[in-house]
Design a protein around this ligand. Structure first.
Ligand code: PRP
Ligand code: URA
Length: 213
């Protein structure tokens, strides 16, 4: 991972780069797209969770008793921003099967590009959990910023944000509005176009994951 700014990391692993390039290809179909989003989320989640605290526990192997590390008390919550964030959940859940899952519904107005919340249900209590907010696309950053604000209003404190592709403007906004959040991004793209899509990007992530238009 490359440190882009305080608390902001961009991945430079060849597997992640390779998989994101296939995602971008307009000829990649729904099945493969979904599979890749899951795999990329798993690879990114593995790194983003590398600071999870451990505690020593006593276990007994077939040979002897021993004291070895296991994840300590802090539990994980995965919070996808609907819809597209849903595609990232299974990859991270595979790493931490005990994670609880919250949902935040946001859609971006096509004209104003302003995010609108339509659903929020988080695991309770949320205060003690490490919270992984996931959304493949950070464009203006509005959806992610509002989702994180909501998580904080509900009591969330230890928040990480995972996005597969980001535009510089979105990343800068998140950094400014939520400097306490650790942000992990698969790749940083060039810019937004006049319709608010990331360039070169991958198009509409929700439509590509769910096969809608
Ligand atoms: C997409 C994407 C993000 C948002 C990013 O969702 O999944 O949530 O746009 O844009 P922003 O950074 O400018 O806010 P969209 O609103 O298209 O909803 P969907 O996932 O239901 O398609
Ligand atoms: N949302 C998407 O799904 N794609 C973009 O490029 C921008 C926002």
């Amino acid at each position: 991972m490359i440190k882009y700014a305080e608390n902001v990391y961009i991945f430079d692993h060849p597997l992640i780069k390779h998989k994101i390039t296939i995602l971008r290809d307009k000829n990649t179909g729904t099945n493969e797209f979904r599979q890749l989003v899951e795999e990329i989320a798993m690879l990114m989640g593995y790194e983003a969770l590398s600071d999870l605290p451990l505690k020593d526990v006593e276990i007994e192997t077939p040979i002897c008793k021993t004291i070895k590390p296991m994840l300590a008390g802090r539990k994980l919550a995965i919070v996808p921003i609907l819809r597209a964030g849903l595609g990232m959940v299974s990859g991270i859940e595979a790493l931490v099967p005990s994670a609880k899952i919250g949902h935040i519904g946001m859609y971006r107005d096509e004209e104003t590009l302003e995010p609108h919340e339509y659903f929020c249900k988080l695991p309770s209590p949320i205060e003690e959990r490490v919270i992984l907010v996931v959304d493949p696309m950070l464009a203006t950053g509005g959806s992610a910023c509002d989702a994180i604000k909501l998580v904080k209003e509900k009591g969330g404190k230890m928040i990480k944000l995972l996005g597969i592709i980001a535009a510089p403007v979105g990343l800068d906004r998140i950094k400014k509005e939520h400097p306490d959040v650790q942000v992990y991004v698969g790749m940083l793209d060039d810019k937004l176009n006049e319709k608010g899509y990331i360039v070169p990007g991958l198009g509409d992530a929700g439509d590509r994951i769910f096969g809608t238009k």
